[in-house]
Every structure is written in structure tokens, then in C-alpha cells.
Write a protein that binds this ligand. Structure first.
Ligand SMILES: *Cc1c(COP(=O)(O)O)cnc(C)c1O
Length: 347
């Protein structure tokens, strides 16, 4: 049997930019060391492609959300360097934590009790200082079950790190009170944007995610973080429109004169949502506007500016995340994590 032909869409990763972003964030973390949030398949970019790069750059602390994300990460790094943010929610998860060696983040008194009763061992603890998602509340810190834990990293998470908000200082104060009360080895508070808030937020370990992958969540990171992900796709057909012809579902674009268009092998099933309508692709330096609605597997573009473009040529969707977020009204996080499974990520 002949081999499967390569996909007509690819996610080009700039691995040097990924490594450099980690080094930049590690340097900006001052005396603290930077870890890496690698949850959601490295924010959609691919664990197998990104984790080795982060490891080789020097990263030793990796964070995933789910237990199901552990096997792919520990294929590349030692299990004790991997922390699971959702923690052990039931007996099977606690068992799996021990069997795999990945470190649970204890998020409630119930999880603390479960971890302790199933044998205890090294763990991290999340304190909720005001985001009101997962974490132990400051009022619960005196509970004796916490005294029985072997806490490696005491953590909290900022709600408004990407804003100049008084909530940041309030959360830092609340976290400092928890730090004073609970025995632990190390402390960690800052995500990407938190690193830019300054030295007092760095503590021992920072946990950037978005900025590793090219996101710019705060003005202090502008110009210091490089784009990592470049979605590209083939033009699989070119065609000529006559004046009055329409393009795509609901015929929302009508040609005012004869023109040549191309069908790009990319659609909302690949995470290029309809919010991209009205944007453009790039062919070298040339901009090629999107015409009509984005379909599941196709996007039609105007080829007027690129008469030399042929079927089989590749075009790029401009994916500098701050610009793409303004263009689409999607968040930089969403723009990364929606990227679909059909992309050739090995490219
Ligand atoms: C996702 C996550 C991070 C990383 O946040 P970014 O904003 O992507 O840098 C850090 N800590 C926790 C607890 C997280 O859930």
C-alpha cells in the first residue's frame, strides 16, 4: 500500500522562538525559575513538538490540567516534574498519581483527605486567593488535614494579572498570609502576565503558558515575545468568477467584476472560526482577502493581487496573536487552543 499523502494544512512551529520565549520569561522571573503550562496539548501546539524544546531550553516544572494529559508529557520529562492542576478527584486518580509519579495539586480539603488517606506523599497545594475556581480557601487553612500533607509547592493563581488591578496586590497579600501558615518547600503565583507584574509576584517558581507560545498578555511583554505558531494551507483550487457571481454559504460575497479566487484547505473544523470573515491570508508580502463565509473545510480568497499563485501553492494565515485577537475578537488563548487535529504539526 502506498503511504498516506501529507495533509494540505500545516502548523509551522518556530521552535527557536519557543525556546527563546521560555528563556526570556525565565530571565524576567528574576531569582525565581520559570516552569511551563503545557496543558491542553501545549495550548493546541502539540506536546510532542513543544515539551522537548522547553525541556532542552532548561525547563524543569511542567503543568497539565488533567490526568489524561500525563502520559504524553512524561514520555519526554521525568514524572516528578509534572504537576496536575485538577488534582486527585477520586480514588482512581489518586492511584494513577502514585503509579505514574506525577505530582497532584491538591485543590480542596476533600482532595487533601483523599490524598492523605490513600497514602499521602509529595504534593502541591493550590490556595484560592480570590479567583474562586479551584483551591483551598484562606479560611480553611487551619484544617488539620493540611498539616498532614508533604507540600512541595504552595500555589495560587491571579485573576487579573493582565490588568492593572488592585486585585493583584490583594491576592498577593492573601497568598503571603497562607505562605506564613502552611509548611511548604516553595511558592508559586505568577502566570505569563503575572511575571510582568514585578519581583514580588515571582516568589520561587513562575508558571507561564500563553507567552511561551507567542501570546502577549501585557504591555510589558510587547516586543519581547516572538510568534511561535504559523498556520499555513494549500490553495487546492483556483477559479474565475464573473461579475455577479457569489461565494460560499448564504452568498454573502458578490463579485462586482470578473476576478480569480482560490479555495484554501482550511476551515472552522480546523479552528479557523467564522470570526475570521473579513480578514486576509498572506502570500509572501501580498495580502489576499477572505471572501464570504468560512466553511467547515474551506475558505475562499481573492487572488487578484497574486496572479502568479497556482493550485498547490501555500498561503499563511497571519497569526501574530495580539493582532489576530483584535481581528477576530477571540482571546489569544482561544486562538491557540482551537487549532484543530487536521494540521500537520510535524511540518
Ligand atoms: C493555565 C495556567 C497557567 C498559565 O497561565 P497563562 O496565562 O497561560 O500564562 C498558570 N497557572 C495555572 C494554575 C493555570 O491554570
Amino acid at each position: 500500500m502506498t503511504g498516506l499523502p501529507p495533509p494540505t494544512l500545516r502548523l509551522r512551529l518556530d521552535r527557536d522562538a519557543l525556546a527563546e520565549n521560555w528563556r526570556t520569561l525565565d530571565a524576567m522571573s528574576g531569582a525565581a525559575r520559570a516552569g511551563a503550562a503545557v496543558k491542553a496539548n501545549c495550548y493546541g501546539l502539540g506536546v510532542d513538538d513543544c515539551v522537548p524544546v522547553l525541556r532542552d531550553a532548561g525547563c524543569r516544572d511542567f503543568f497539565v490540567a488533567h490526568w489524561g494529559e500525563v502520559p504524553d508529557v512524561i514520555a519526554h520529562v521525568p514524572a516528578e516534574q509534572v504537576a496536575v492542576l485538577h488534582g486527585p478527584g477520586n480514588f482512581e486518580e489518586a492511584q494513577y498519581a502514585r503509579a505514574s509519579g506525577a505530582v497532584p495539586v491538591i485543590d480542596s480539603l476533600r482532595q487533601a483527605k483523599l490524598w492523605s488517606e490513600t497514602g499521602g506523599g509529595p504534593c502541591h497545594v493550590m490556595i484560592d486567593t480570590g479567583i474562586n475556581r479551584l483551591g483551598i480557601s484562606p479560611q480553611e487553612i487551619g484544617d488539620p488535614v493540611l498539616a498532614s500533607l508533604d507540600i512541595q509547592v504552595l500555589m495560587s493563581h491571579l485573576a487579573c494579572a493582565d490588568e492593572d488591578s488592585t486585585k493583584n496586590a490583594q491576592q498577593l497579600d492573601a497568598f503571603r498570609e497562607a505562605i506564613a501558615k502552611l509548611p511548604h518547600r516553595e511558592t508559586s503565583l505568577a502566570n505569563s502576565a503575572g511575571i510582568a507584574l514585578g519581583e514580588e509576584f515571582h516568589l520561587d517558581l513562575t508558571r507561564p503558558g500563553l507567552a511561551l507560545y507567542g501570546g502577549v498578555p501585557s504591555p510589558a511583554l510587547e516586543g519581547r515575545i516572538a510568534q511561535v505558531a504559523y498556520p499555513e494551507a494549500q490553495v487546492i483550487q483556483t477559479r474565475r468568477l464573473r461579475a455577479g457571481d457569489t461565494v460560499g454559504y448564504n452568498a454573502t460575497f458578490t463579485a462586482s467584476e470578473d476576478m480569480r479566487v482560490g479555495v484554501v484547505s482550511l476551515g472552522y473544523a480546523d479552528g479557523i472560526l467564522r470570526a475570521w470573515g473579513g480578514a486576509h491570508f498572506a502570500y509572501g508580502e501580498t495580502w489576499l482577502p477572505i471572501l464570504g463565509k468560512v466553511s467547515m473545510d474551506m475558505i475562499v480568497i481573492d487572488l487578484t493581487a497574486a496572479p502568479e499563485l497556482q493550485e498547490g501553492d501555500w498561503v499563511e494565515l497571519p497569526y501574530h496573536l495580539p493582532d489576530a485577537a483584535r481581528q477576530t475578537s477571540l482571546s489569544q488563548y482561544e486562538l491557540l487552543t482551537v487549532l484543530g487535529h487536521r494540521f500537520n504539526r510535524a511540518a
